[in-house]
Design a protein around this ligand. Sequence first.
Ligand code: NAI
Ligand code: MG
Length: 354
Amino acid sequence: MAAHKIAIIPGDGIGTEVVPEGLKVLDAAGRKFGIDYEFTHFDWSCERYKDTGEFMPKDGIQQLSGHEAIFLGAVGWPGVPDHVSLWGLLIPIRREFDQYVNLRPVRLFEGVRSPLAGRKPGDIDYYVVRENCEGEYSSMGGRHNRGTEHDMAIQESVFTRRGVDRVMKFAFELAARRGKHVTSATKSNGIIHTMPFWDERFEEMKKAYPGFKTDQFHIDILTAHFVQHPDWFDVVVASNLFGDILSDLGPATTGTIAIAPSANLNPEGKHPSMFEPVHGSAPDIAGKGIANPIGQIWSGAMMLQHMGHQDAHDAILKAIETVLKDGGPKTPDLGGQASTADLGSAIAEVVASS
Ligand code: NAI
Ligand code: MG
């Protein structure tokens, strides 16, 4: 099989510390399962922005388009406003490449303590399927009368039938391979145009999947259920904003957001998909070598799965499970003293000897 062409963007802060561990584990899986890669490294980051005024070169999207996948660390650094970094790099990549699904698994592992009392592995095991190209994160709207007493801001949401249907379809197809249960996140009591539309499309989509269990909750009570009844969920489909919030809350209930991965998918494979941990650049711990690399490593596993290597994905997941369970090295967020590299190496070794 031809080598997989992968773009590597470590980004900022701990992104540059966890990406090498992700690559270590990808290499181990590559040797084990006979997978070849061709990596291209890009220094696109806040540092580059401070030096050049741009996160990526003018033809950045074009440079990435020759790759099958993008493996990203985190972007954002104090001194550069967060909306500048997000809209300078991540959002253009997600939109230009029509990565309309942001898939985020949430799972409690043995050996990791959940902040929810009495929860054990198996109680928390679901996916958040977040719409990733439209919704509340739109550039429509504006500011008027800046600096006067009539200062105002307007921000429009965009929900299209095509955009809503395709992310819901993805959620149902995912549920078909799991527990045939889909939950929709809504807020059609307060947001009276877009959210009733979202509910209508959910009703319509349900018809194509007879025998599935479906439910929907307003986002406010849904966040409470994520804490009190995480065992109720299998696949949760949500708009861009609601999905963003749910997919930080979910992983937090599994002990640490540092282990949570995400896949920005163009499911049809017309464009590259992008794989990155849920966490950011963590300026508070950057440079200390203590960041937990599991979110990055698991993102690498999702990348292999997307490229057709289910066996390699499963081996990496098993290795993460084994190291967490069997008293392997733990970084401080997991209650241990290990370094980023200790934990990455331990997982790579288990993959190599699997
Ligand atoms: P963050 O995820 O970077 O950090 C939140 C907290 O979690 C911090 O206390 C941090 O030390 C801890 N943490 C995060 N990842 C960890 C890891 N792997 N191991 C151990 N502890 C970890 O979120 P925050 O502080 O809101 O954002 C920091 C910067 O990152 C901002 O500039 C923000 O815009 C950016 N960001 C970028 C994202 C991306 O690239 N996709 C996502 C979220 C934030
Ligand atoms: Mg987020």
